[in-house]
Design a protein. Structure first.
Length: 309
């Protein structure tokens, strides 16, 4: 199957009231694990690369492996740029073969966010590429994205409505309490479902995106720590909250930290238990198996996307 843009994937998710996982990858190991989970779960899937991943591996290489793996899939696969910061970031990815791009100008003044987002939308739509934008800033640090809690703010629903009308964007990331990184909360976890409900009421047909939505599985944290990792205070978004969000208009749920955590736990365990091994394929496979199990759990038990392809 060819790579798809987000249009039909999100339309189906809105109608079916489920979320589609958007999982970050940087290499063959992460991509293969994600796509095997999607194929076995019969779930549509979004695979995405940050600008950091593109610097690490190269845009043409990442597109080539995504296209190659997708050509063997029977479920819909979308390739997304995660947190493009400039028009050039988005144009480079569109020209290279990405099918969805995110322009993240949320840290800019509101009018500048609108202007830059509209410019990306105009270019992307000419190339049959869908566009995600963000309004409201998420706290935390992950890859090349960072914001302090003081800088973070919740999305204003009316402003979100005006922003969509002004830009023509295809999906919208909003801030309702999620954050980047492995430490997402100080105190009790809470998502502002009331804000999500207000946005949904104003824009019933707009696909909503949750960034920073890793749940940081505690069994993975314990496994990684058992074999030497230091992960103090690691806590994520409770799966019950993610299920509730996906029952509204959340069609895209971003997950990165969970994959890093599970892969690291598997590799650490494999190396500790097999100190004589120098075959990268063996310890990489141990990490890949845990990524796959985490992704399948989200598709089948959290997002509701299994058996939807």
């Amino acid at each position: 199957m060819n790579l798809q843009n987000g249009k039909q994937i999100f339309k189906n998710a809105l109608k079916g009231k489920y979320g589609v996982g958007a999982f970050n990858f940087i290499n063959i190991e992460t991509l293969k694990s994600i796509l095997e989970a999607a194929e076995e779960s019969k779930s549509p899937v979004i695979v995405q690369c940050s600008t950091g991943a593109i610097k690490y591996a190269g845009v043409d290489i990442l597109v080539a492996i995504a296209k190659t793996y997708a050509s063997h899939m029977t479920v819909p696969v979308c390739l997304n740029l995660d947190h493009g910061k400039t028009f050039e970031d988005c144009k480079t990815c569109i020209d290279a073969g990405f099918t969805n791009v995110m322009i993240d100008a949320s840290s800019l003044p509101y009018d500048e966010n609108i202007a830059l987002t509209r410019k990306v939308v105009e270019y992307a739509h000419k190339h049959d590429v869908t566009v995600e934008a963000e309004i409201g800033v998420l706290a935390g640090v992950e890859d090349e994205v960072s914001a302090t809690e003081d800088q973070a703010r919740y999305t204003d629903p009316k402003q979100a409505y005006d922003f969509v009308k002004a830009t023509g964007v295809d999906s919208l990331a909003i801030a309702i309490g999620t954050s980047h990184g492995t430490v997402k909360f100080k105190g009790e976890p809470k998502l502002r479902i009331d804000i999500l409900e207000q946005v949904e009421k104003l824009m019933p047909d707009m696909p909503i995106v949750l960034h920073g939505a890793s749940s940081i599985p505690q069994d993975m944290v314990k496994l990684a720590e058992q074999y030497g990792a230091v992960l103090p205070g690691s806590i994520g978004i409770p799966e019950a909250m993610l299920r509730e969000a996906c029952s509204h208009n959340v069609c895209k749920v971003n997950v990165d930290s969970d994959l890093r955590l599970s892969f690291t736990a598997g590799v650490r365990k494999s190396l500790a238990e097999n100190p004589e091994n120098v075959d990268m394929r063996k310890y990489n496979t141990a990490g890949m198996d845990l990524i796959k199990s985490v992704v399948k759990n989200k598709m089948e038990n959290v997002f509701g996307s299994a058996n939807r392809a």
